[in-house]
Design a protein around this ligand. Structure first.
Ligand SMILES: [Zn+2]
Length: 74
């Protein structure tokens, strides 16, 4: 089984996508502080501004940033 290295890791707590470099240096999610970061995520939602109609549509979409649609699982 080969798995492509992703450029971003996803936070299991808030679903924020964290650049690999940031994740490796900080060891935690810059958004919520969780240390549960995973490469196992699919799909990305990018919110550019606070007024985006996406904000609030899903529970974890609270502020601008990049988010994974699905995290965890095998
Ligand atoms: Zn987080």
């Amino acid at each position: 089984m080969t798995r492509r290295r992703k450029l971003f890791l996803a936070c299991l707590s808030c679903r924020a996508l964290v650049p690999r470099k940031v994740a490796e240096e900080a060891g935690r999610c810059p958004n919520c502080g969780s240390t549960d970061l995973t490469e196992n995520w699919e799909g990305a939602i990018i919110i550019l501004k606070e007024e985006s109609e996406l904000v609030g549509k899903l529970e974890y979409l609270k502020k601008p940033g990049r988010y994974a649609v699905e995290v965890g699982g095998e």
